[in-house]
Design a binder for this molecule. Sequence first.
Ligand code: ATP
Length: 453
Amino acid sequence: MTEPAKAKVEMEKLVSLCRRRGFIFPSSEIYGGLSSCWDYGPLGVELKRNIKDAWWRAMVQQRDDIAGLDASILMHPQVWQASGHVEGFSDPLVECKGCHLRWRSDELEGDKCPDCGGELTEPRLFNLMFKTFVGPVEDEAGVVYLRPETAQGMFVNFENVLNTTRKRLPFGIAQIGKSFRNEVTTGNFIFRSREFEQMEMEYFVKPGMDKQWFDYWVEERVNWYVSLGIKRENLKLRPHTKEELAHYARECSDINYLFPMGWAELEGIANRGDFDLVQHASSSGKGLSYYDEEAKEHIVPYIIEPSAGVDRTFLALLCDAYDEDEAEGEKRVLLHLHPDIAPIKAAVLPLSRKEPLASFAKEIYADLRPQFMVQYDDAQSIGRRYRRQDEIGTPFCVTADFESLEDKQVTIRERDSLRQIRVPIEGLEVTLRAKLSGEDLFILPEGGKIWKE
Ligand code: ATP
């Protein structure tokens, strides 16, 4: 997983920022937390939603060859037999005979317990799927699993989607949803948790075209991260060797990111061949194939799968955006988040709480709210308020001062450059929208002027 390399921010700083500002809390914190489960707070939930929206826009909304799906988390138990998960979705575990802690034997260095130095048992396979029961009786007949990936929901709905959308090859099915794995080695904050969200897409192609589409999706997916502002030099492709390929895969490449603990997987792209459709066809007795009009025959498509983690994307975006510098004579922490991803797009700040300035600023806030996620902040000095917004990645602050009451203008301050312009409040929404879409701050609307270079 790791090669020596250095990310620019330590994990502790991110954990502390997330806790302090309400991005992420430990799950069930008042009871001491639950290991490797996390709750996304008021800002975290916005950022997470923005990631999912950006993925959906790129993968579904802007393409006519991909359709969406939201399959149920609980599925027929035979799904997991056919997929190979009941048999093979396991990690090899050893237990310390002294302190009874369990370790993944493939990750251990040496043959002693890393905690107490005790002797270890022989490795035993440990299945990572969470088991539960449907119905009131807890017996073998009622066993179901919490899905460990969203992919299977798309394979078993292949025919349903094909028949209802009348798509032709190549076409894809996309889904975002929760997955569960009883991970043995956890830690590294939200990088590896037991409950997480995936953004997966299954792209069905003609056999023979699979290599071409695999390469296409690897490039597309790298470009997507770059389009969200992640630096290209912090992303690296890691093709899998023949020996490490999963049982279903013909080719696989990870997109790795330089996390604080080193290079690690952000997304996996796999050429799954016809494995999944063949398995489910033979297990269910339903023919899962596609009628090729040109060849006048039924074929079983191959599948290319880009599989990304919402939580790991969240962490990568935070790592990439984190910065410390000096602004207006003070040290500041700031997140250079892309405007599409930033939880709050603009903050409305009155210079003082005094009337009539407060009401004037609140009116601006009320006008902007239906359009963007905005915050109103009138507590403490203006400098402190700027710092608070910088720290959560808000791209713009809109400040109303006493002069605003006269000239009906406000200043817009840009997070990264600290430049400011002064613009009429009429048209503020249009101006903000243009700036959020990447227009240079100094391209001025009518009646606007540069306030601070
Ligand atoms: P790893 O080797 O790190 O355990 P994996 O190869 O098992 O990952 P996949 O099965 O390929 O992961 O899952 C696809 C994506 O889902 C991963 O790239 C990652 O972004 C996300 N993911 C998988 N497991 C977890 C987890 N336990 N916590 C958070 N995200 C996860």
